[in-house]
Ligand binder design. Sequence first.
Ligand SMILES: C[S@@+](CC[C@H](N)C(=O)[O-])C[C@H]1O[C@@H](n2cnc3c(N)ncnc32)[C@H](O)[C@@H]1O
Length: 314
Amino acid sequence: MDFSTVGQLIVEAEADGRIGQLRGVSGLSGGALVGMLQRLALHQRERGCYLEIGVFQGNTLLSVAHASPGIRAFGIDNFSQFDPEGTNKSIIETRIADNAIQNATLLDLDYEDALERYTELMPGTKAGLYFVDGPHDYRSQLMCLLLARPHLARNAIIVVDDCNYRHVRLANRDFLVAHPEFKLLFQAYTPTHPGNATAEQLESARAGWWNGVNVIVHDPDDVLLPMHPPTLRDRALYENEHLVHAAKRGFLAPEAVAFFSELLDFHPVRAARNFVRTLRKSRSTSASHVGAFASMNTFSDDLDAPRFNAGLAP
Ligand SMILES: C[S@@+](CC[C@H](N)C(=O)[O-])C[C@H]1O[C@@H](n2cnc3c(N)ncnc32)[C@H](O)[C@@H]1O
């Protein structure tokens, strides 16, 4: 595999952005990122399909499918985010029809369910280009890489969006360290999440790499050198997960953190709003999430699992 060509395509995408314009298609990704996906999909067309986690309203999936009519493009989304009206799926279907796209398949599924059923849902093809842009929590980011790994073509390219987030970079780093046959080929970041950007920063993010990107390649011949995205060595936040999972009401962690942050920043009204949200969530969450003890909840009191593997000889 000639990785220099891949590098040149990234430089070209950074300079020239997306290829062509679709009717009525917009979304949550930068011009350089969309242009890079389009060019890399064309480059990878002999290796396998284009696979995407996180379709939203179809910007990346449909831009790739349109620019590469010869490849099969699969997009997975369970429409759990950024879809308050429940209209995103039909927006994608309308855009597919309006732009006469024949090669895009939308799978309305959770990414874990879909990737566990890869061979059934995407028969006869490995993924040549894999774009990860779904849920951004650490575990999901890592699982997106781990579950897809057996289904990636030789010399597959993985593009991970939203790598400005430190925990996304850590998931990539953990994957790279544990799978040395994969290498980081390119990384680009922007100063902040677009939601916190100044007007100037936003304009540049929109044309460029939006919320940061990592490009990882399958390099079984060890052509490239080991390289990892920057992360913090201190793992305290990730270790805190144990306390949250074993707490009596760990499910309230996001609201509790927001409540105390607002208090510490002297925003009593916002803190009060978060307190109300905390109460509401506490009342509406299923009892199976509430521990019996203040801490060290194991949720193991009624486990009914066979002790030995059924395949063991008697
Ligand atoms: C940032 S958006 C994707 C943006 C899109 N690639 C674009 O460029 O416009 C993230 C998407 O991931 C989806 N998502 C979140 N959690 C998911 C899950 N567990 N399984 C599948 N999709 C998920 C959300 O519904 C949302 O549409």
